[in-house]
Design a protein around this ligand. Sequence first.
Ligand SMILES: Cc1ncc(C[n+]2csc(CCOP(=O)(O)OP(=O)(O)O)c2C)c(N)n1
Ligand SMILES: [Mg+2]
Length: 434
Amino acid sequence: MATKTASPKSSSAPATGAFTKETYLRWFKDMLLMRRFEEKTGQLYTMQKFGGFCHLYIGQEAILAGMITAIRNDDKVITGYRDHAHPLVLGTPAKNVMAELFGRTTGTSKGKGGSMHYFDKARNLFGGHGIVGGQIGLGAGIAFADKYKGNDSVTLCSMGDGAVRQGILHETFNMAMTWKLPVIFIIENNEYAMGTSVERTSNVHELYTLGESYDMPGEPVNGMSCEAVHNAIAKACAHCRAGNGPYLLEIKTYRYRGHSMSDPQKYRTKEEVEEYKQQDPIEGVRKMILTNKWASEAELEKWDEEVKKEVEEAVKFAGGRLSLHQRLSNGRDRTHAQVERYHDRGCRCEVEQEGGRQGQERRHPRRDRDRQGHDGIRELFGRHSFAHRCAARPNRPGRFRARRFREGRRGHHRPVGRVRQGYARTGRCTCSES
Ligand SMILES: Cc1ncc(C[n+]2csc(CCOP(=O)(O)OP(=O)(O)O)c2C)c(N)n1
Ligand SMILES: [Mg+2]
């Protein structure tokens, strides 16, 4: 099979203007790979095949397709946690991207990063960051390093519309302009930060104007059009490479899926989502290809099948029996679902882990489920236990129980020893979505 991972960045940035057949075909194939990969990812997550968080990029693909044809190999990319599509478009093989989700050592971050922390040094991808806005300062730092070393590469630092409300944006804009750093700040404005619309967070809704008080040039871009994105990024790159300092792009886009997989999407209507789907960038590029007879309907179908096969192969490569680490994350994820009502009230939760012998991972699924209580949520893995507690009720630490199971005859697990009961110690919060 002619499996095709997204082609790497071009060695020199093409000029703006009319686009060739090759560019359209590339946009089509790149976006198809991102879309099919994420559709599969969503499915696997729902089937609890992997744990952690899962934020899909579906609907926003034109941003990356347009970006990749406008930048050079040595340009750097950094983004937030909605990052599965970034390594794909930069040329990381789909199987390694999938393996990362499954917590495999063959993943791009050796399975330790998961959905929100993709890194690929060889392809100049600097993450994947779970802290909203965390990448803004880091992006400027990468650009500073390039300027210091005398390179003329540019850093593309993407963030969501929610991230622009973080204080770090203003400090970074100020420094980046003062030092004329070669960085393009890309606001991927998909209209919502979780369930909060742009209108509800500030009276400034045109986010590209946020750079004005620092004299940073900025412009809005249609994020459903690869052509518009390519032109805007090519122009911004030229500005940065000429030593003029940073550039701000507000790319107006939309995510078809919820914020993450557990989002009931009560903050928007189905009609609104449908309206954006009518402008789907993949459909737009498909029409362009067919109208110009650059490929036949059958060829487009064939490419789609090839991409689906590539994704299936990636799943096979990454799949199999889940590791202990992965099962632990799955467990943690279930407990996250249970404490979500606390998140809704603006609380933070703490996750504690009480040590145990790593090898003793006997598990009794039914008891596991039964023991997930209201406040102290238990996950039993032999002597390995997890407990959550809500910071809004600091005087009431989450209770946990740990109980060891020994494998009995006919493979049954039966409890051994006394039920240990205690109070969880305060631990580090591992919930980056809290
Ligand atoms: C510093 C910080 N505050 C809050 C959160 C919780 N959080 C996770 S995603 C998110 C919304 C961010 O939305 P946006 O920047 O628009 O990105 P999008 O999800 O739309 O791509 C929030 C508030 C966090 N991860 N980090
Ligand atoms: Mg957003």
